[in-house]
Design a protein around this ligand. Structure first.
Ligand code: PGA
Length: 306
């Protein structure tokens, strides 16, 4: 059928207004131009589309069918246009993400999967601790943040996307690794390696201690998860870290988790952005991706999911 999109548009407008005059006005055309287009369509189809009843025009049966198709075609075209616009936005997109240092253990996997889907997206990834993240959100320097506990403020939107269990780690073969349900009082005399001030993990650990009346008799401060893991492995003490930071060491049997009362401490990971900020298309796509698919790319052993 050799009908043009233009003719379909004219037909759809006449059918909607049930009037050649009103359709002509709506389309900024003369009435004879509108009539001409409809006549051409009727010739191509071989059936009349309208019938005159007194002063009014009605759709014929062929006209009603054609109206249904013309609306469906118009809706499909509008949808195609929107999808093309979105793809254009994604093609030229620049994703600015900041993640908590602890998230960095799986952020690369998420970004790699996202970039496989949208290969032309440029990515800037910054890794910092909780304090650094909050400063970046304040300064509007980042689009999307992946972090532990989101700030208690109304100017950010925080959506949980995955569990983040905190576990006690010990070197493989440590005397406590064989014990079940270790009472936390028994851990009081152990040395704990703590994250630096400003770390979300540190805040969670301190809150846990305050809530349980748990006093650490001995602790050492280390400025990264990596330093804590190395320190624990070397026998400097025990550590409390996110399970997501020790996947490889647990698999390789270099570190072990302790089965202690009240552990794991159950936390969650959040995808966060400033409320009211108009997120670029690519940032919205990444947020949706994280919310719906992050768990596929990050393994949390079922024993620690709570
Ligand atoms: P962090 O991780 O300890 O690296 O700041 C964030 C969090 O767990 O809240």
């Amino acid at each position: 059928m050799n009908i043009t999109l233009r003719q379909l548009k004219v037909f759809e407008t006449v059918a909607r207004h049930q009037s050649f005059t009103k359709a002509a006005e709506a389309l900024y055309l003369s009435q004879p131009a509108v009539s001409m287009q409809i006549k051409q369509m009727e010739r191509i189809i071989g059936l009349p589309l309208f019938e005159q009843v007194g002063k009014r025009i009605n759709l014929t049966e062929a006209g009603r069918e054609m109206y249904r198709y013309s609306r469906a075609i118009a809706a499909q075209l509008a949808e195609a246009k929107q999808v093309m616009e979105e793809l254009k936005g994604m093609e030229q997109g620049h994703l600015i993400v900041t993640v908590a240092s602890t998230v960095n253990y799986f952020a690369a996997r998420l970004l790699a999967a996202f970039c496989r889907r949208y290969p032309r997206v440029r990515v800037s990834l910054d890794v910092t601790n909780r304090e650094g993240l909050l400063a970046q959100l304040d300064a509007n320097e980042t689009d999307i943040v992946l972090m532990g506990k989101p700030p208690d403020r109304s100017d950010v939107i925080a959506e949980p996307f995955m569990s983040n269990p905190l576990v006690i780690i010990a070197p493989a073969g440590h005397r406590l690794t064989e014990q079940r349900q270790i009472p936390i009082a028994q851990l009081q005399d152990e040395t704990f390696l703590m994250r630096e001030q400003g770390s979300g993990t540190r805040i969670a650990m301190e809150r846990f201690c305050a809530e349980r009346g748990f006093q650490l008799s001995s602790s050492m401060e280390m400025s990264s998860n990596e330093a804590i893991k190395q320190g624990v492995e070397a026998g400097l003490g025990l550590g409390i870290v996110s399970i997501h930071t020790v996947e490889l060491e647990l698999e390789a049997g270099r570190l072990a988790t302790l089965n202690a009362e009240c552990f794991p401490i159950l936390r969650r990971w959040y995808v966060v952005h400033r409320r009211g900020k108009r997120l670029p298309m690519v940032a919205r796509a990444f947020r949706d991706f994280v919310l719906s698919e992050a768990e596929r790319f990050v393994r949390t052993p079922s024993a620690f999911r709570g």
